[in-house]
Design a protein around this ligand. Structure first.
Ligand SMILES: [Zn+2]
Length: 173
């Protein structure tokens, strides 16, 4: 699947591993974004001009919010499973990194991970949460990761092969 750099109606956008078609409409209803099985529907208030930067900004904000909500709840789930606690989650807009964690038990994620399939998102979370136990990439670290994600190598490979494509959408200036 090739994603376009510039957004327009019918642009294909990835979200949690699904490919959604962008549909921009205007109406007198409150501006909103929702997803259906196949579409990402952006409704703008009739008087808002449907300029490219506006739609892009609204979508970007929506992606970041969705990312935060999802990552927060999945991180809580995996931290509980792995038996560690974390302090804070930050959604970042790094140019190439997917995530990191600090010795203060804060976790950082790249918001773009929300575009990847759910098992890949889980892999990233398990990876970062496992660093709260092992602050390195030792054998023990990878054992812990594989305990919770037995096919983590597949997910790691997915990120390696498809990750750069996700950086083409809403590119950094
Ligand atoms: Zn790591």
């Amino acid at each position: 699947m090739k994603y376009q750099k510039h957004l327009s109606n019918k642009t294909l956008l990835p979200f949690k591993g699904r490919t959604l078609q962008l549909m921009v409409t205007t109406s007198l209803c409150k501006p909103c974004i929702r997803t259906t099985a196949e579409c990402l529907l952006v409704n703008l208030y009739q008087e808002q001009v449907t300029t490219q930067p506006l739609v892009e900004n609204i979508l970007l904000q929506w992606y970041k919010t969705q990312s935060f909500i999802y990552l927060k709840s999945r991180t809580a789930f995996w931290a509980d499973r792995i038996g560690v606690s974390f302090r804070r989650i930050c959604i970042k807009d790094q140019r190439s990194r997917w995530g990191s964690c600090s010795s203060l038990h804060n976790l950082n994620y790249n918001w773009r991970i929300i575009m990847a399939p759910e098992p890949v998102i889980d892999y990233l979370i398990i990876h970062e949460v496992s660093h709260l136990v092992h602050f390195n990439h030792s054998t023990h670290f990878w054992e812990l990761v594989s305990m919770h994600d037995p096919i983590y190598q597949e997910h790691k490979l997915w990120l390696k092969q498809n990750g750069s494509q996700l950086f083409q959408i809403f590119p950094h200036n």
